[in-house]
Ligand binder design. Structure first.
Ligand SMILES: *Cc1c(COP(=O)(O)O)cnc(C)c1O
Length: 362
């Protein structure tokens, strides 16, 4: 029996969504391909509260991170990082030869509106990047407050990494004024890995004209234009199997569960998991900025100076067909992570937390 995953991606995919991937191949230049991509786009707009154009990419989320910063930076990018995934965006910028500066927060702390204001007031930047939900530390950044600051800088293009929160936490793209919000399939969307999507504003699209070398495969302008030229199709051959699954899952999210109900379920799971963590351990990040899709927990039980062995914990959990996440990067052995994203519900959180107590004999 497969392990039930409580890791922050890939997340558990339901049987009916997995089955969609076995659908027959079709021409990717057919009316049917248009119909599927169009329906994915329309449902995704509802998940993201946006009228912006939805672009698809046959790549994991990192591909669109690269595409977004390459396509939109004409001058210089300010990369705000509060953990490993923010750092990754900076690495992408450096390796792509994009002029950029890194603004880091202490681990467990958020990117603040003050940091953004201070950087942008220099006038040096035409792009900023923010991680909505930092999966390595369990911080959800205060994008509503950052949005207030961004109103002062209408010429700056705002890129947001929502890989581990889109479809799990509410992000009102248009109200906030986010220019590119990107995500991938294998986390809160609960589809197998391999595709990513973003919502792109016209302002970001217009910016791309000022950037001469945007690459090709991840060029957001090429992806955008192709939707007009070929009526909602993809520039090369997309992973059709994943599109079948994504199409079906988005119909489920929007029309069966409902986006608001989905967000409420995640909140309920988050509240339960945090309360449990408080009882036996301690949540790792600053409590004012807790993620809604995963809880990162300090791996020292209450009243105990030593870290538990997370590999041993997972060995014990595996006998119950369960798996949780170890820490990420520098926090690998110091924290563990319980994801409550995708299709997991309160009963599942009760199951994993009770199992941790049982295995560790807490
Ligand atoms: C997982 C993750 C990524 C990387 O996404 P891939 O789809 O694995 O490329 C980027 N940012 C965040 C916040 C993530 O959680």
């Amino acid at each position: 029996m497969a392990l039930k995953l409580f890791i922050p991606g890939p997340t558990v995919v339901t049987e009916d969504i997995l089955a969609e991937m076995c659908g027959p191949m079709m021409a990717h230049r057919s009316a049917k391909a248009t119909e599927i991509q169009k329906r994915i786009s329309e449902n995704m707009q509802r998940v993201l509260y946006t009228q912006n154009r939805i672009l698809l990419s046959t790549s994991s989320g990192s591909g669109l991170m690269e595409g977004a910063i390459r396509s939109c930076t004409a001058k210089r990018a300010a990369v705000f990082s509060c953990g490993a995934f923010g750092d990754k965006w900076f690495k992408i910028a450096q390796m792509s030869g994009i002029a950029s500066d890194l603004f880091s927060s202490t681990p467990g702390e958020p990117t603040t509106p003050e940091m953004v204001d201070a950087a942008l007031s220099t006038g040096k930047y035409d792009v900023i990047t923010v991680t909505h939900n930092e999966t390595s530390t369990g911080v959800q950044n205060p994008v509503e407050e950052i949005a207030e600051v961004m109103k002062k800088y209408p010429d700056v293009v705002w890129l947001v990494d929502g890989v581990s929160s889109v479809a799990g936490a509410k992000i009102e793209t248009d109200k906030l004024g986010i220019d590119v919000l990107l995500t991938s399939t294998q986390k809160a969307l609960a589809v197998p890995p391999g595709m990513s999507l973003c919502a792109m504003s016209r302002k970001a699209y217009e910016r791309t004209a000022a950037v001469p070398h945007r690459g090709l495969y991840f060029d957001l302008r090429t992806l955008w234009d192709f939707i007009d030229e070929k009526n909602y199709q993809y520039t090369s051959t997309p992973c059709l199997s994943l599109m079948y699954a994504l199409d079906k899952q988005l119909q489920h999210i929007v029309h069966e569960e409902g986006v608001e109900a989905r967000f409420a379920r995640h909140e309920q799971c988050a509240a339960f998991t945090r309360a449990w963590a408080d009882e036996y351990f301690r949540v790792y990040p600053n409590r004012r900025y807790l993620s809604k899709t995963l809880t990162v927990i300090d791996a020292r039980p209450r009243g105990c100076a030593d870290y538990i062995s997370i590999p041993k914990l997972n060995e014990g959990l595996a006998t119950l067909n369960l798996q949780l996440g170890n820490g990420y990067g520098a926090l690998k052995d110091k924290t563990f992570r319980i994801a409550h994203m995708g299709e997991l519900c309160l009963e599942d959180m009760k199951e994993i937390t009770a199992a941790v107590v049982q295995v560790l004999k807490l």
